[in-house]
Design a protein around this ligand. Structure first.
Ligand SMILES: [Zn+2]
Length: 309
């Protein structure tokens, strides 16, 4: 009895179901055995011979789980028609609904057929898919009434032994949402609607220009009574940003520089005024707000603002 292959070029591999396989005939003291339940390690030393299950065999390529959609894409028109039916059912019954997807391999055509059913807001009882010559039943599409599109525990149970395409449509009371998946052997692989539905844009395909079309609100102006020059600069900068001459980031950086410069100028102006207070005046507060004998531009401005007094 010879090994069917060698791992790492030296560790023998035996198939337990190969003709003539006999555990006792393994000559090596170390080998791998593949049987109906996976990989096992065969080990023989002076006192024992053992066959122990192993999770993995180092040195062998590891393949990722994968599910690929290989049929013709479902026409967008069909999906829109089904969505319109879901909306009509929602309007009438305030409920979900379900139907079967049929595929014709010969020409890649798709069709939809709703079975007879009774429905509630969160469930549907429905008949088996009718057999149709030349067509395969390859999945389901069902609605979630006003709920979001997702695959619920009930959906998982329903679709566990139903290999194929399973689509959920949600938010029938608003802008419909689509959640698409392929189920194989009870394993659900989520796929972007654009892969399954012809003409459906990928969920994240928002052109940058569309995002850039929506602008930030103008800066809050004026920045302050002594900061007219900075206000004009901020306004000019915003105009350039709004016109698309500079990016949002460039605008925000520029605006924060202008604001910082305006703050610094205002602080410098305050300290200049304070240092200009005559020695005879008791306090800065007096001078700025209360001393009527020494009017200044700054004081007038402040008094106007506080006009309610
Ligand atoms: Zn569902």
């Amino acid at each position: 009895m010879d090994p069917i292959a060698f791992v790492h070029g030296m560790l023998p591999v035996y198939l337990a179901f190969a003709p003539g396989f006999d555990l006792g005939a393994i000559r090596e003291s170390f080998a791998y055995v593949l049987d109906g339940r996976g990989w096992k390690m065969y080990k023989r030393n002076g006192v024992s011979t053992a066959l122990i299950p192993v999770d993995s065999v180092s040195g062998l390529a590891e393949l990722e789980q994968s599910v690929m959609f290989t049929a013709t894409k479902i026409p967008l028109d069909l999906i829109r028609q089904v969505t319109a039916w879901f909306s009509a059912v929602y309007q009438k019954h305030k409920s979900e609904a379900v139907g079967y997807l049929y595929y014709r391999v010969s020409d890649g055509a798709w069709e939809f057929l709703p079975p007879t059913q009774t429905v509630t807001a969160a469930s549907a009882k429905y008949e088996q898919a009718p057999k149709r010559d030349g067509w395969m039943v390859v999945g389901t599409i069902h609605s979630h009434a006003s709920m979001t599109a997702f695959h619920s525990g009930v959906d998982d149970a329903d679709e566990k032994s139903f290999d194929g395409v399973h689509i959920t449509v949600g938010r029938l009371d608003s802008v419909p949402e689509y959640s698409c998946s392929i189920v194989v052997q009870g394993t659900r692989e989520m796929i972007d609607p654009s892969i399954l539905i012809d003409g459906m844009a990928p969920a994240d395909s928002v052109p940058a220009a569309w995002l850039e079309a929506v602008k930030l609100q103008p800066p809050r102006l004026p920045l302050g009574p002594t900061e007219v020059a900075f206000t004009a600069r901020a306004e000019a900068l915003y105009k350039r940003y709004y016109a698309g001459a500079i990016s949002e980031v460039e605008y925000l950086v520029g605006l924060s520089e202008i604001e910082k410069a305006a703050e610094q100028a205002a602080a410098a102006e305050r300290s200049r005024l304070v240092s200009a207070v005559p020695a005879s005046v008791e306090s800065e507060r007096n001078w700025l707000g209360l001393n009527k004998r020494q009017p200044t531009a700054s004081r007038k401005g402040r008094r106007r603002k506080g006009g309610k007094k």
